[in-house]
Design a protein around this ligand. Structure first.
Ligand SMILES: Cc1cc2nc3c(=O)[nH]c(=O)nc-3n(C[C@H](O)[C@H](O)[C@H](O)COP(=O)(O)OP(=O)(O)OC[C@H]3O[C@@H](n4cnc5c(N)ncnc54)[C@H](O)[C@@H]3O)c2cc1C
Length: 388
């Protein structure tokens, strides 16, 4: 959004402010970074700037899988990086879930979160055999095989078996964000919503209404990085993801967080009779590139077809929506210090795994900001040097 000359002259201008650390982006990662900074350096003045309301980006639009990831994710990491490095990412994700459980979920009675497991489904033996590779042993990542008869009853007719991993959590992402925000307010973090950052200046950040002077800046913009600066154009690619929420008519007792890799869908039940499903983006891969939210009928139809044909469900559609993910070419986040007039750090490109990896990643960012370390965990996977 831009502000006209007339609006600026009229009444919009607000006084400049000064802070120690300015975090731009009030998603899960930006708010969690603020949380870790208050843990590590309670003496610092911390400000979060969000152009909409906190959670307006992917963080308030996702499926609510607080998960390490599917067996397919770890298969792909093993093929790309070898088993040891892939295991280090698994351990990082596991720590991320433990930390968010310990620091936020358990401490926030208002959050209705459920302990759960991730379930990577296979429809038949042929599919299962074709999926397997010599390099990848699911037990190296604590995945356990569930045979057909051990699957929840509604899945037994259509699925051959599944890899399961626990503990994971089902959450309402906006409740999670709300709890972090509440904690930050108690800790006197200044949260400014509905104001956009325009650009970095030698003093800090220029917004549409004022200048925020900051000693250090964290840009936590995930899929919106290229909107902020074209430097990120080919590095973090925004991709749209569709979601559908339906109310199901019959009992459907499947408590897990389900992935169906060949169908490219993920789905779960919430605590009531609601089921949320996302994915099917390959039905229109070209059309789903970009950083604005819209419903894509082809993909929504694909999601509904899955509910009818694969899960045999009768349902009523309650809501359809989309969100923007930020993808890197190696499908891991980028967390690094950039070259900029003010000391600036970037964190983004979670490639669809930000709720799983985000809390521990935010801790990594806070450790860079407070100079407890000079390279992030993900620096070992890809080095980047952004000049802003
Ligand atoms: C449909 C969907 C389903 C998903 N499901 C899952 C899942 O189940 N599990 C999982 O682990 N991950 C999932 N993800 C991915 C996950 O949601 C993201 O990786 C994660 O939310 C990224 O958090 P973030 O804080 O980095 O980014 P965001 O939440 O996108 O936050 C960035 C923020 O920056 C703000 N912003 C942008 N530009 C400016 C500016 N100029 N000035 C100020 N503010 C600005 C935006 O408004 C936004 O609030 C899903 C994503 C989508 C879209």
């Amino acid at each position: 959004m831009t502000t006209s000359h007339w609006l600026r002259q009229h009444s919009f201008r607000t006084p400049d402010i000064t802070t120690d650390v300015l975090i731009v982006g009030g998603g899960y990662v930006g708010l969690s970074t603020a949380y870790w900074l208050t843990e590590m350096r309670p003496d610092l003045k911390i400000t979060v700037l969000e152009r909409n309301q906190c959670g307006a980006g992917a963080s308030g639009r996702n499926a609510g899988f607080l998960t390490k990831g599917s067996a397919s994710f770890f298969k792909s990491l093993t093929q790309k990086w070898g088993v040891e490095k892939a295991q280090s990412i698994y351990n990082f994700a596991e720590e991320s879930l433990e930390l968010v459980h310990q620091h936020i979920l358990r401490a926030s009675p208002e959050i209705k979160f459920e302990r759960s497991s991730s379930v990577t489904l296979f429809q038949n033996e042929k599919q299962f055999q074709e999926w397997g590779t010599k390099e990848f042993n699911p037990t190296d990542f604590k995945f356990e095989w569930r045979e057909q008869e051990k699957l929840p009853v509604p899945l037994q007719a259509k699925f051959f078996g599944a890899f399961e991993n626990a503990p994971e959590y089902k959450i309402n992402p906006m409740q999670l964000l709300g709890s972090i925000k509440k904690l930050l307010e108690v800790r006197k973090v200044q949260i400014i919503e509905n104001v956009s950052a325009f650009e970095l200046t030698p003093e800090g950040v220029q917004t549409e209404v004022n200048t925020i002077k900051a000693k250090q800046i964290v840009l936590a913009l995930n899929g919106y990085f290229p909107q902020f600066s074209s430097i990120f154009k080919d590095v973090i690619v925004p991709r749209r993801a569709q979601m559908l929420a339906v109310e199901i008519e019959d009992e459907f007792n499947c408590p897990g967080l389900h992935y169906d890799p060949p169908e490219r869908v993920y789905w779960r039940k919430t605590q009531d009779k609601v089921l949320v499903i996302g994915g099917k983006r390959l039905l229109d891969e070209q059309g789903e590139t970009g950083d604005f939210e819209k419903i894509s009928p082809v993909i929504q139809r694909g999601l509904e077809q899955y509910l009818k044909e694969q899960l045999n469900l009768k349902y009523k559609v309650i809501h359809r929506w989309s969100g923007t993910m930020g993808f890197t070419d190696h499908e891991l986040p980028l967390i690094a210090k950039a070259s900029a007039p003010t000391e600036t750090f970037i964190v983004g490109g979670f490639s669809g795994h930000g709720m799983g990896l985000g809390f521990r990643s935010a801790m990594d960012v806070a450790e860079l900001v407070t100079r407890q370390k000079s390279e992030s965990f993900f620096g070992a996977f890809k080095k980047v040097d952004f000049k802003l």
